[in-house]
Design a protein around this ligand. Structure first.
Ligand code: FAS
Ligand code: PHB
Length: 384
């Protein structure tokens, strides 16, 4: 087999890269270890920042997004007795969209099949060479894919990060996780509510007018089955301010329950010779800043331009600066995700609690503070 770019991983990073390369006249083959159904069914991110929506729209992936998705002006910050709206649009002119990663994945899969793109699902035994990838395909045949470039888009558990020799690894593990639920009930809020509470953080998000997505801070290692539905709704109501100023949280049937560990992880460099990393393969952020999926999109926007220039016109300038260019945004989003996480999550330390409440009061009431949050949450221009 031969292609110009071998892409490992058919998540949003891998499929979007394949789409962008095809638009630039560069061929690629995507190798995915899971089945198409499994990848498509994973419940993950829910928020697209301004630049992500602009990029997806500009490459023909915006129509379902703009008809099924919901544009949000901002978010609410909540703590006992207070709730403040941070209006990104009035502060920065940029908004965010609620559009689940599962929907982004559907749009990308549809675009790839429309392009006749080659994707091999259910592969195994991927081995990364300098200008080839070996793998076993779904029929059990051992294959070799010769290529000019390898894009490691294989997420936090894939092999490509380990193919970078002597990397610098930065890691911070948080002492708590998120218990996330999907519920067949209309959201009780028009925009997301990020709530600080002495019992722990809570987030009210959504997927549509009839499906809510909510999260609770729980101790790291929590077993989701140890939380009954009633206990989840009671704790969400307490932390989100049910009854405060007449606001009510409406419960409903829970259709999915899972626990997501929280960590920050960055591996540098994001490139070694012909291997380029993008998305979770290179970095992980705690979901508090809604950056994971958006960072993957931003990496791929830069990487596609770099590879098209290198392969089509032999200009290696962008490829040579890709790692440094991508890491500027990676560290900005890593800092913001850490900042949101440490501001919103209860540590049990009363001193921390006072600092967090003071920071929340400042961010909610100072234009400078609110603009800082808005600029980072709605997202900086790609390539900043
Ligand atoms: P992905 O992990 O999406 O895709 C990598 C792909 O590579 C996978 O399909 C995997 O099967 C494949 N792969 C792995 N090893 C391979 C191999 N050896 N050979 C071939 N293929 C291989 N972000 C948010 O912003 N908000 C959230 O609420 C949120 N929730 C999350 C919940 C969970 C459980 C997880 C794991 C992540 C969550 N994220 C969230 C982050 C998530 O959205 C990622 O940022 C996003 O999926 C990144 O996309 P990719 O880089 O494509 O990685
Ligand atoms: C989600 O809707 O899944 C979501 C929204 C905002 C976050 C994290 C997750 O910060």
């Amino acid at each position: 087999m031969r292609t110009q770019v071998a892409i490992i991983g058919a998540g949003p990073a891998g499929l979007l890269l394949s789409h962008l390369l095809a638009r630039g006249g560069v061929s690629s083959v995507v190798l995915e270890t899971r089945s198409e159904e499994y990848v498509g069914a994973r419940i993950r991110a829910g928020i697209l920042e301004h630049s992500s929506v602009e990029l997806l729209t500009s490459v023909g992936l915006g129509s379902r997004l703009r008809s099924l998705g919901e544009q949000h002006r901002g978010i609410y910050l909540q703590w006992p007795g207070s709730r403040h709206h941070v209006d990104f649009m009035s502060l920065t002119g940029r908004s965010v969209w609620v559009y689940g990663q599962t929907e982004v994945q559907k749009d990308l899969v549809a675009a790839r099949s429309a392009d006749g793109q080659e994707i091999h699902y259910s592969v195994s035994g991927v081995v990364i060479g300098d200008d080839f990838v070996k793998f076993t395909d779904s029929s059990g045949s051992v294959r070799q894919l010769d290529c000019d470039v390898i894009a490691g888009c294989d997420g936090s558990f894939g092999p490509s990060r380990h193919a970078i020799p002597s990397p610098q690894v930065y890691e911070k593990v948080y002492p708590y996780s998120w218990l996330g639920i999907l519920a067949d009930v209309a959201p009780s809020t028009d925009e997301l509510i990020y709530a600080w509470h002495p019992n722990g953080f809570a987030l009210h998000s959504m997927r549509s007018a009839t499906v809510s997505r909510l999260y609770l801070q729980v101790p790291a290692g929590t077993d989701p089955s140890s939380w009954s539905d009633d206990r989840i709704w009671d704790e969400l109501a307490a932390r989100l301010g049910h009854g405060q100023n007449g606001w009510k949280l409406t419960p409903g049937p829970i259709t999915d329950k899972s626990v997501l560990p929280m960590r920050s992880h960055v591996q540098t460099p994001m490139r070694h010779r012909n291997l380029f990393l993008a998305g979770d393969a290179a970095h992980i952020v705690p979901p508090t800043g809604a950056k994971g999926l958006n960072l993957a999109i931003a990496d791929v926007a830069l990487l596609s331009r770099a590879l098209i220039a290198r392969i089509v016109s032999g200009d290696t300038t962008l490829a040579d600066s890709y790692s440094d260019d991508a890491l500027r945004r990676v560290w900005r989003c890593t800092h913001f995700s850490w900042w949101m996480t440490t501001m919103m999550h209860a540590s049990g330390d009363p001193f921390d609690a006072q600092l967090q409440l003071s920071q929340l009061r400042w961010v909610a009431t100072s234009e400078a503070g609110a603009t800082g949050l808005a600029e980072n949450y709605a997202g900086l221009p790609i390539g900043f």
